[in-house]
Design a protein around this ligand. Structure first.
Ligand code: AMP
Length: 121
């Protein structure tokens, strides 16, 4: 499967559609999920064109991998849900059909602000 340039997150990255931005740097963009599942529900996406975690691990540079993980940490802290300044959070990424991935651009969900509960329904 090749990367779909018309997926919704690609459009957000190109600023063709708006988002409620939380954070941005050279490697990542973070914004609020449009349909929050928990009190705090943020998304963190790499700026590079990666379909999912498998694609990212296979093809991203070391700087991009470090950038994405660092971005998650920065966003968690910014939202006061990190263990440094809050009560923790869940980072989750869905991969492919069985993983339940809907948008084919790698994204990490960050859930926080309350107990997240059962890991898998
Ligand atoms: P997934 O099922 O892991 O692919 O998650 C896709 C997520 O993207 C869902 O939680 C959606 O609510 C969210 N989403 C879809 N469109 C937008 C949008 N325009 N802005 C913010 N979040 C979105």
């Amino acid at each position: 499967m090749s990367y779909d340039n018309n997926n919704i997150f690609a459009k957000i990255l190109r600023e063709e559609i708006p988002c409620k931005k939380i954070y941005e740097d050279k490697y990542v963009l973070s914004f609020y999920d449009i349909n929050p599942q928990k009190k705090i529900h943020a998304l963190v996406i790499p700026k590079g064109k990666y379909i999912d975690l498998d694609d990212f691990i296979s093809n991203a540079s070391t700087d991009e991998i470090t950038g994405l993980l660092t971005g998650i940490k920065i966003v968690a802290k910014k939202l006061n849900i990190s263990t440094e300044n809050g009560k923790g959070y869940r980072a989750l990424t869905n991969v492919g059909e069985n993983g339940g991935q809907e948008v084919p651009h790698l994204h990490f969900h960050l859930f926080g602000g309350e107990k997240i509960g059962k890991m898998v329904e």
